[in-house]
Write a protein that binds this ligand. Structure first.
Ligand SMILES: [Zn+2]
Ligand SMILES: [Zn+2]
Length: 308
């Protein structure tokens, strides 16, 4: 009895070894393929303008199909045209927002001398008048854009969350308004939150689309670009870095009052005196916030360039 058990055990071991032996090349090939695809996906995400453009276009086409925006016929090209029109009108808005932002951030308007302020306001008004002229001209040329409310809300909110200038504005707004909540890491939290919003929106619309559409292939392509790639982007480029940054920062010791008195020096980043400080492994003292600012750019000590 014991020997037959032993034989069975031996046989299953041999079988396992064979399975491992045969499947080995497949595992290697699959791993290589996955790594290759991952590399190209990351490269695509790094080309931010193209990445944003492709997502926006796909999302707009998806929305115009789902909300059945007024198109001449039920051909796919018509929906594509609708998406292009949407992008054109939103781009006009973006262009003039960029102009306004440039005027506001130019030094001249910051000196609140009455004359400069007046000039700044005039320039902004002129820029927006130009925007209205562009829209009127487009309409004269027959390029009209009168979206339905659900279409406008979903596409415009998606556009705001993916276009670089607006994500920058969100980040700055969060920096001033919600300083404590994000623990000074809003450059990672804000894109993450925006990505969560766009992915949730895409999933909701995709679910409805899958149930009703005849363009099934397009639905799959959309799932890949609007959901899978965005989730990957959030995970690898924001979530993981967020974890790493928090970990690195928590590892640094807080300086006691006695240590601060002994060190008796200014913070090397902002050149101010320190009443609170973090100590790096290389025994350098910095303001917690100054060190955090530096860690955003690289994981090197600002003073001796030691890699944390
Ligand atoms: Zn400092
Ligand atoms: Zn150092």
């Amino acid at each position: 009895m014991a020997s037959s058990d032993h034989n069975l055990h031996e046989n299953s071991n041999v079988l396992k070894r064979w399975i491992r032996f045969i499947s080995y090349p497949f595992v290697v090939v699959a791993t290589r393929m996955f790594r290759g695809i991952h590399f190209f996906e990351q490269f695509y995400i790094k080309l931010y303008n193209i990445y944003a453009f492709v997502s926006q276009m796909m999302f707009f086409v998806l929305c115009s199909l789902v909300f059945n925006e007024k198109v001449e016929s039920d051909r796919f090209e018509e929906y594509l045209l609708m998406a292009l029109k949407t992008l054109l009108f939103y781009s006009v808005f973006t262009y003039f927002t960029t102009k306004t932002k440039d005027i506001l951030s130019s030094n001249r308007i910051l000196i609140f001398h009455n004359w400069n302020l007046m000039e700044g306001i005039c320039r902004i008004v002129i820029e927006w008048a130009k925007a209205i002229i562009v829209v009127i001209c487009l309409r004269e040329q027959g390029i009209d854009f009168r979206p339905s409310v659900p279409y406008a809300v979903s596409t415009f909110s998606y556009y705001l969350c993916t276009e670089k200038i607006f994500t920058d504005i969100f980040r700055k707004a969060f920096r001033y308004c919600a300083f404590a909540i994000f623990d000074d890491l809003e450059h990672l939290y804000v894109p993450l939150l925006l990505n969560i919003y766009t992915v949730t929106l895409s999933i909701t619309i995709e679910l409805y689309f899958f149930l009703t559409t005849k363009f099934v292939n397009f639905a799959f392509v959309c799932s890949y670009f609007l959901i899978y790639i965005r989730i990957k982007d959030s995970y690898y480029n924001y979530w993981k870095i967020l974890e790493l940054e928090k970990q690195t920062f928590d590892n640094f010791r807080n300086a006691s009052q006695k240590q601060l008195d002994e060190y008796d020096d200014i913070c090397a980043v902002c050149l101010n005196k320190m009443s609170k400080a973090k100590i790096t492994p290389c025994n350098h003292y910095f303001h917690p916030n100054c060190l955090k600012e530096c860690l955003k750019n690289s994981f090197l000590c600002p003073l001796c360039k030691l890699n944390f």
